[in-house]
Design a binder for this molecule. Structure first.
Ligand code: PLP
Length: 397
């Protein structure tokens, strides 16, 4: 008989997700337990969200403490956790000013709006066009989905915002050919996530920066997935040494409490004035408190170093798996944002691994993504390797 929760979900929730028939009731570190008591090693982490895993003591303590003080104020007043977080995001990104929202898509919206307001003010009212990348993903709101370079997400919705053009990722000549005097912004992920864990070439990213500088175009990096320690740097752009005008973040920032943010250079940020943009929940005291714990763990308590160490170890284990299983054709990514491209059906591997107690998520058409909690240990990665090995073995691939 079908699980009661699943029956109810099918009755009362819109059919927008092809969820697996699994109901989780508890998490502990990098593991989840379903309602039958089965334990799973979680290499999904809420899709790169649960940076500190489950049951993190400091996280629970600080968030609970804040709940005991006040939950939400609105932006009619100042609240300390939001201001503290703004400071640390500015300091750790090397950029200047922050706007808070609640999700990745909202961060995309804020970045697109800011870049347009800035460009219209500084370059003229016709300057509003956005260049995005093919195979990109920027979220599901109308603006964000219009800037997402994958047709499958846009079908049934057209017409989209019409002023977005798509350039070939990692192809500087194609980008140059799409720039016009009306181009306001270029938006791109330094490492494409949903599109299949595709890192930008370092030389290409430098050239993108140069081209944007030459044409006074706002460069937006979408680091909703790659940001906040995920790749072993606070932001992936810091590994490349290429600085955007605006960076977006969300997913891992709140460690599982919803939050999004954009951080911009002073000159760009100045384009926003009171009334330009707003969000009721933006800077919410609970979510900014949660994010303060995540940033503190990363930058003060050694978690970023853990990402670097475990990221290297994971990469090394994936290389061993690749030697043994020719079915794995490529390994890509950085830190704890890794992916393997496989010659075949990723959903089969995801299902088999799940049977064997390992949670995985796909990306693009033929890539399996590994985005575990940043608190992952060597022992967890050893277990991951063992389950992957067995699962690929059982699938005879
Ligand atoms: C997930 C994601 C988004 C959208 O975030 P939501 O919180 O789902 O709105 C935007 N950009 C990138 C790169 C993402 O990975």
């Amino acid at each position: 008989m079908e699980n009661k929760t699943i029956t109810k979900a099918k009755k009362y929730m819109m059919n927008t997700y092809a969820s697996f028939p699994l109901v989780f009731v508890k998490g502990e570190k990098c593991y989840l337990f379903d309602d039958a008591g089965k334990k799973y090693l979680d290499f999904v982490a809420g899709i790169a969200v649960n940076s500190l895993g489950y049951g993190h003591e400091e996280f629970i303590k600080k968030v609970t403490e804040q709940l005991g003080k006040f939950n939400h104020l609105s932006n009619l007043y100042y609240n300390e956790p939001a201001v503290e977080l703004a400071e640390s995001l500015a300091v750790h990104s090397g950029l200047d000013k922050v706007f808070f929202c609640n999700s990745g898509a909202e961060a995309t919206e804020a970045a697109l709006k800011l870049s347009r307001v800035y460009s219209k003010k500084n370059k003229g009212s016709d300057c509003y066009k956005i260049i995005s990348m093919k195979n990109s993903f920027h979220g599901r709101t109308f603006g964000a989905i219009s800037a997402t370079g994958q047709l499958k997400y846009q079908k049934d919705l057209a017409p989209m915002l019409s002023e977005v053009v798509f350039a070939e990722y990692n192809d500087i000549e194609d980008l140059k050919s799409k720039i016009t005097p009306d181009t306001a912004a270029v938006i791109m992920e330094p490492i494409q996530g949903e599109g299949g864990i595709n890192p930008a070439d370092p030389e290409y990213l430098k050239q993108v920066r140069e081209v944007c500088d030459e044409n006074n175009i706002v460069l937006i990096f979408d680091e909703v997935q790659s940001g906040i320690g995920r790749t072993g740097a606070f932001f992936a752009f810091q590994k490349y040494g290429v600085i955007p005008d605006i960076v977006t973040c969300a997913k891992g920032l709140g460690g599982g409490i919803p939050i999004g943010a954009i951080i911009a250079k002073e000159k760009i940020a100045q384009a926003f004035t009171p009334g330009s943009h707003a969000s009721t929940f933006g800077g919410n005291a609970i979510s900014t408190t949660a994010a303060n714990v995540v940033v503190d763990e990363l930058m003060e308590k050694g978690l970023l170093t853990n990402v670097q160490i475990q990221g290297e170890y994971l990469k090394n284990r994936l290389e061993l798996l690749k030697e043994k299983h020719p079915y794995i054709v490529d390994i890509r990514g950085a830190g704890l944002m890794m992916g393997i491209q496989i010659d075949g059906d990723t959903s089969k591997v995801v299902r088999k691994a799940m049977e064997n107690g390992l949670l995985l998520v796909g990306a693009g058409n033929n890539v399996i993504r590994f985005v575990p909690p940043l608190t992952i240990t060597k022992e967890d990665i050893d277990l991951f390797t063992e389950i992957m090995d067995i699962s690929l073995e059982e699938l005879k691939c």
